[in-house]
Ligand binder design. Structure first.
Ligand SMILES: [Zn+2]
Length: 424
């Protein structure tokens, strides 16, 4: 029987040299698990993560090998395959699950450099549709997603008793119109950045025309456990989510030629530092600059893309909220099946409040959510888990069969926990 193998590249050995024996051992084990057992590489160690990210080099090397062909159709297939892959990978929902895809800024420059090269090699034009839309979407997703080093903290949503009861009855999420958001300086901070343009690296990037955002709706979560101030402002029921699947369950269904498909939701951590925002916009320009187009087209491209940045920069004073925001773009020409709008809100059918991963609440809301949680766990759990009767979380990772007398819930520290066996 042929033994399975994977190539150990010189770049890996260079990366391993400065590591401790423990780190190197963990990396090798992770690589073997990944190559032979299909297990995701998980580590909180930054050095190990970045080394594993050498996967971006591996992708680039494979593509470069493949394009050493003279056949035009093959080059077109490889170019389109790579462009689609880079876009699809940009849609991964949680760094907890897809840690291997957390490409850093240097990786992304290399990946987009290759994309620009392949577009040129296959005689395609980045300024024309549909390529233009695909590249814009891919750039947006990677840059916004990589903020805060792909921070994958739990997500929290504060909701009042009234709103939570309504949401559990009508299965709707209400997203605010921009003008109704509580920060009256929404959409203004970015304009202030452009009052002085000395920080902008590219001449073609200096002339920016801000547009009206009539079609945007947002809903906000927090990346930290909500403080008492946040709970008194937004509601005392805290719905918790272990991984970021919010965008997936908020996506509206649109009909295109009678066929349903899930529309996009932009999601990002808010930036609270003007300097960080300037640096990021310059980075966006650096990536746009990789593509072959005139300076006028680069400027139009940037102006289109900046729309995704309008609502993602806020004043420092809001920093304590550690906001993660989901932004929906609703267009009149699309036929949506599960949304409605009124003067203040866009209402969308979603299961997001029905099935949080845990909840902190002293109100009867918790018992309503418990019914949904129990039903979901009965329906999908294939492994034993520890269930917490206090916060309702199911812990599949720390199941023990030696008794749980001295154990507490890994989310809320409650001792009110129980092992549920699905195998018996
Ligand atoms: Zn708990």
């Amino acid at each position: 029987m042929k033994e399975k193998s994977f190539r150990f590249r010189e770049s890996f050995s260079r990366a391993i040299r400065p590591m401790t024996d423990k780190q190197a051992g963990q990396l090798i084990k992770g690589l073997c698990d990944y190559a032979f057992e299909d297990k995701a590489f998980e580590s909180s160690d930054g050095m190990l993560k970045s080394t594993f990210a050498l996967v971006s080099d591996a992708i680039i090397n494979v593509i470069k090998k493949l394009i050493q062909t003279d056949k035009e159709e093959e080059i077109d297939d490889i170019a389109n395959g790579y462009i689609t892959m880079l876009k699809d990978l940009s849609c991964f929902s949680s760094a907890n699950i897809f840690g291997i895809l957390t490409f850093d800024k240097t990786d992304l420059i290399k990946l987009f450099e290759l994309e620009a090269y392949l577009i040129k090699l296959s005689n395609q034009d980045v300024v024309k549709r549909p390529m233009r839309g695909v590249v814009k979407l891919t750039l947006r997703n990677w840059i916004l997603k990589s903020r805060n080093n792909y921070n994958s903290n739990y997500l929290y949503k504060c909701i009042s008793n009234k709103s939570a009861n309504n949401a559990l009855s009508n299965h709707e999420v209400w997203m605010q119109k921009i003008e109704n958001l509580n920060d009256k300086r929404e959409n203004k901070v970015i304009k202030e950045l452009y009052k002085n343009k000395s920080w902008i690296k590219y001449c073609w990037a200096k002339n920016v025309r801000f547009k009206q955002l009539n079609d945007s709706f947002v809903c906000s979560y927090s990346k930290i456990i909500p403080t008492p101030i946040m709970q008194s402002k937004y509601g005392s029921n805290v719905f918790g989510y272990k991984s970021d699947r919010i965008a997936d369950v908020l996506a509206p269904i649109a009909l295109v030629k009678g066929h349903p498909f899930l529309d996009q939701v932009a999601c990002y951590d808010i930036l609270y530092s003007q300097n960080e925002a300037k640096e990021e916009i310059n980075y966006l320009c650096e990536l746009i600059n990789l593509f072959e187009m005139s300076e006028t087209d680069k400027n139009i491209f940037l102006n289109d893309m900046l729309e995704y940045w309008y609502l993602s920069i806020k004043d420092k004073k809001w920093g304590y909220e550690h906001e993660r925001r989901y932004q929906l773009f609703v267009f009149n020409y699309k036929d949506y099946t599960d949304i409605s709008t009124d003067d203040r809100f866009l209402k969308i059918k979603s299961s997001v409040y029905l099935y949080p991963d845990f909840i902190f609440s002293n109100s009867p809301i918790k018992y309503r959510v418990a019914l949904y949680r129990t039903e979901k766990l009965y329906s999908i759990a294939m492994r034993d888990y520890i269930y917490c009767h206090n916060c309702l979380q199911a812990d599949f990772d720390n199941v023990t069969y030696c008794g749980i007398d001295n154990k507490t819930c890994s989310i809320c520290d409650s001792k009110d926990i129980e092992v549920f066996r699905t195998s018996s």
